[in-house]
Ligand binder design. Sequence first.
Ligand SMILES: [Mg+2]
Length: 375
Amino acid sequence: MRIASVHIHKLSAPLRERFGWSLNWTSVRTATLVEVRTDSGITGWGDGAAAEELLQSHPELVLGRSPFEVESIYEDLRRPPYKQGRPGASRCGGLDTALWDVIGQAVGLPVSQLLGKQYRSAIRPYCTALYRKDWPDLAAGLCEEALFWKQQGFRAVKMKIGYNPETDIRIVRAVRAAIGADMGLAVDANCAYSVGDAISLGRRLEESNLLWWEEPVMADDLIGYARLHDQLRIPLAGGETLLADDLIRDYIQPRLVDILQPEVELIGLTGARRITPLCWLNHVQLVPHNWGTAVRTAAILQWMATVPPLTPALEACPATFEFDQTESPFRDAVVETGFRLGPDGTIAIPQTPGLGVRVIPEAVAQFRTQLISIN
Ligand SMILES: [Mg+2]
């Protein structure tokens, strides 16, 4: 079996209602789906980056090779012989995921069985929502939305902060009061603060009993993270923008964060498999970032099946991952069956061959604004 062609589908769709976070506002959702076709008739899909500029100039790095060379292809894309710069410079998570999907289908196994030991067959996600919208009263709008997600069965929710310290304190206190003490609450500042402001704000956030504070400072402010770690009683989280080598060197080995949030979009399932035992050895909890289509959620579920429990306790440190619930016209529309929270608050990990989702090419075409074919 050989890789015959790679098709990179760029998706975009307008939103009914714009939303914002500390960095920006948006009225559209975008995503990239990568389709790998083989000469055997098997087609694999991934959601994320595809090193497209590199592939356009050097298609031989992928075309004509066996999908079973996935590790070798990953290495060649991160250390391209033709490219300046240090290893890890190519983002290829979508392409890598599509290759694992091909392999799983070819051997008739779910990708989780190829990645490692299966520790679980279902996982309890946390809900990502609670962006800012054009509400007349931000805190009231967030409280109403948070209660909606609680009623939907979520046991934990993450809200955006990073607007300014006074606003953040006001909205976090309001949401915590609205959802009660029995629901998990995490906050995400998207790198909004200087370390000094983050320390003083963090001390005021401690009373709200947060699951974690995500990206309080810039992702490359390693000394800043270390200072926050020493001075705050809130678990720190981060890593969604970094490639596997940077995560290992800067975040996992120094235990810079309590919770690592890698993006399969960037690191692929090959990168995910590499960092999993290192996180376990360094006592860093893996809680993958997830901002894409159901194809990415499927990849994360296959990965999370294989992430060992951080401690042997039955309930103290449950596995979880990000389940984005903000408006997305194409998140579930591009697959036959999207993911829904079950009545027990968990999502079952697909056991069918490959990633376990069936992409609908016609639905992909409906949201596509650009197609890049390498063949
Ligand atoms: Mg984030």
